[in-house]
Design a protein around this ligand. Structure first.
Ligand code: PLP
Length: 378
């Protein structure tokens, strides 16, 4: 099988699986238990968080919460901050580029009285910084801006966004960095909360991280026994959290190397695809190297995904979550990509396990699929 759907999920690294099993066998204790074994687990939990802070060089600037994934991390950050600030500021700025685990949360907050403003997007898929400046005011509680887009791969100017947001002391900046870790250097400067999901960087599903500059800025989201600073109760899954550090270390220390390797594949694919008339590359040239979005105007994306799938090549239409929805993808729409091209777009996403052989085999299969759909192309 040729797996080119790494933006949806990745294969767990062997040492991650080994660690998960080992810790489950030997250190399955509850960090909240008052006995010695519980205390040992608690110590390990704190050590794990310290290791993560050292890895990103963020020392004590952030509190770390373990969650079940980025969907939960985004929910906790956005609802937690917004609700805490509601009496002093009730506007939220976001963009149509965001993942549903941000957009749908923000939309749900509208029912709680928040005013949502959408910042314009450039044709390159970046936040329009001039428009962001226009939208900012003392009424803004929160701005959300993803690091790397999951459908097109474009990288957002996080530092510039942070500089604008922090001219307003009440405003908080949340960054969804799910598609950034291991693919580009993570930017923490000026970022108040940042979320990650373990399975996107060769860790495990059901594991997430939320970095918070000051956890007291967050209102409680999951009520219960008071774990994770009382913000997200529930017994901590220590084995998965310890295991994820293995994946994180690997991702962070190999970022540059992987970026370059995937850039070679990406450039190679771009050159190859450009030879086929009617095929259009949607991802901007300066996007992250692991995602390449390609349009086939006149053909349905699902038809293409099925044609590749039959040949044992796994890729998606837009994203795993939205590919089953019938509506046109909002991210592509916000970039003014024509409807025909959106309907016929596929996402090729690579990762640490992608090889040159995968790329070459994809190319062979592509030629066959192209012949099948060629007459439909407009
Ligand atoms: N944010 C982005 C940019 C994503 O790509 C995803 C997953 O596709 C998520 C958030 C949600 O992650 P999870 O499904 O692991 O909770």
């Amino acid at each position: 099988m040729i797996y080119l759907d790494n933006a949806a999920t990745t294969k767990p690294n062997k040492d991650v699986l080994d660690t998960f099993l080992k810790v489950n066998e030997s250190l399955y204790f509850n960090p909240n238990s008052p006995h010695q074994a519980g205390l040992q687990a608690e110590q390990l939990l704190q050590q794990t968080k310290s290791q993560i802070k050292s890895l990103f060089n963020i020392k004590n600037e952030y509190d770390i919460l373990f969650t079940s994934g980025a969907t939960e991390s985004n929910n906790i950050a956005i609802k937690g901050i917004a609700r805490k600030k509601k009496d002093s500021a009730n506007e939220i700025i976001t963009s149509l580029l965001e993942h549903p685990s941000v957009l749908e949360v923000v939309r749900a907050l509208e029912d709680e009285g928040f005013v949502i403003k959408y910042v314009d997007v450039t044709s390159e898929g970046k936040i329009n910084l001039d428009h962001l400046e226009e939208l900012m005011s003392d009424r803004v509680a929160l701005v959300t801006c993803m690091h790397v887009n999951n459908i097109m791969g474009q990288i957002q100017p996080i530092k510039e966004v942070a500089n604008i947001v922090h001219q307003y002391p009440k405003a908080h900046l949340h960054v969804d960095a799910v598609q950034a870790i291991g693919k580009v250097d993570l930017i923490f400067e000026g970022v108040d909360t940042l979320s990650l999901s373990g399975h996107k960087f060769n860790g495990l599903k059901g594991q997430g991280v939320l970095f918070v500059r000051n956890v007291h800025q967050l209102e409680t989201i999951v009520h219960g026994g008071g774990q994770e600073f009382g913000v997200r109760s529930g017994t901590v899954n220590l084995p998965i959290d310890i295991a994820i550090v293995k994946a994180m270390k690997h991702a962070v220390t190999h970022t540059e190397q992987l970026f370059k390797q995937l850039l070679q594949f990406n450039n190679d694919l771009r050159q190859f695809l450009n030879q086929f008339s009617g095929v259009k590359i949607n991802s901007p040239q300066d996007a992250a190297s692991h995602i390449l979005n390609v349009g086939f105007p006149g053909v349905k994306g699902e038809v293409l995904v099925n044609a590749f799938s039959k040949r044992d090549v796994m890729l998606s239409t837009t994203s795993a979550c939205s590919s089953k929805k019938a509506s046109l993808n909002e991210v592509l729409l916000s970039m003014n990509i024509p409807a025909k091209c959106i309907e016929g777009s596929i996402r090729i996403s690579m990762g640490a396990n992608t090889t040159e052989t995968d790329i070459n085999q994809f190319k062979q299969n592509f030629t066959e699929v192209y012949e099948e759909v060629r007459e439909l192309l407009q």
